[in-house]
Write a protein that binds this ligand. Sequence first.
Ligand code: RBV
Length: 490
Amino acid sequence: MATTTKKAPAKKAAKPAAKVVAKAAAKPAAKNGVHKNGTHTNGAAKVAAKPAGKAAIPAKKGKGSFSEVPGKYCVRDIGLAEEGRKLIQWAESRMPVLMHIRDTYKKSQPLKGLRLAGSLHVTKETAVLVETFAALGAEVSWSGCNPLSTNDPVAAALAKGGISIFAWYGNHEDFYWCIERTIDLKPNLTLDDGCDLINTVHEKYADYARKEVIGGTEETTTGVQRLRARAAAGKLYYPVYAVNDAITKWDFDNVYGTGQSTLDGILRATSVMLAGKTFVVAGHGHCGQGVAKRAKGMGSNIIITEVKATSAIKGILEGYRVMSMDDAAKEGDIFCTATGVKDIIRKRHFLSMKDGAIVCNTGHYDAEINLEELASISKSKRTIRPNCEEYTLKNGNKIFVLAEGRLVNLAAAEGHPSEVMDMSFSNQLMCHLKLAEAYKAGKKLPNQVLDIDESQDEFIAETKLRTMGMSMDKLTKEQLSYINDYNAGT
Ligand code: RBV
């Protein structure tokens, strides 16, 4: 396969770009406390380097039984650890790039002395990332980034393996409690998926964010949008890499990962036949493109709704129909939102839908389908099967909502496959290596949303290809000078 990029391909990159030299210990622990008895101390008091003691931790609201060691972990059932360990091993065997980086750096311990808090879906793939951070020397604390996306066995395995983790499936009441517990570790690196951790650190512990946090990363489109808004308002207090915007993330994870895992979620929650159905995809960005492609592959007839003309044209040229949601609402059998915008499906749409329509969302937040308005026009609601709720409208029609309108691919299935998360999470890891490297070299990065270097994408893509056993062509000297020759013509 020939490469036709503008630039010559990078030299064989056997090592990731970041050259982090391990030091015995980084800076001493934070002087300005994040917490003292659960409140921000505004830098006045000296606080312990360890997480707050049992007495200082506020009570959870969540009911049911937990396995908990205060200040260390809170998961649903530590007894599930063995089951979770097998899932993690399964993912490891399908994430060769991440494992390669782990092997490359585990001796030099580039993250030693650093404390990293993460808020990202607790899946088997995430566990491989978390354990890689720990293998490279970081002290890690973790929480989920969605109430319905934690895999309890995986969370148990991480806890049993010594990771400080606060996460369980169905965590509606204590979502921010868990994030706060990860901040108890006094992180100097943060890793987000959707900005909930960054927002908490910035809004509640601004002084701490300014003084003690070296930098962070953000995994997803919605989170990057929020970060850019924060930076534009002058309210971003430390540098954050937009991992989502790496080519090796969003051209693959967002398209193929979302495409497959969203259909997986819909099928696990409904088991409906997709062939012959009219499948409405709201939003034809990277995620929507993935969903539409895969639904078409299963025989559905696709309708796209869009606000952006170029994305709408892409839909038309794929052979789909494009129309407003007002029109699509009357035709669809299955609706999936992938926009990152709120109120995509609302009352008037539900009222014009067919009896039996299925509605779900694969955007990061649960704001895309207005369930309050659906409830207001319904006379009853019941659960049909896991992640599938039937609303009976006052007009007698039934509408089925999957996974409470939350990310259907993570709530009703297992998120994206390991093979694609391999590249996304390698980007995460490499960005943190860069943050650590800059910090240890005494270099201050700007408090901005930072782009991903081309060399990082090239390294990850080339390593991925190699692990897939693929070969590539290389431009010859003559080809290189040909493509750079402005005089070459017919
Ligand atoms: N996502 N993670 C997984 N299996 O761990 N699956 C999906 C997993 C991430 C994905 O990168 C996307 O940007 C984000 O979830 C949306 O919250």
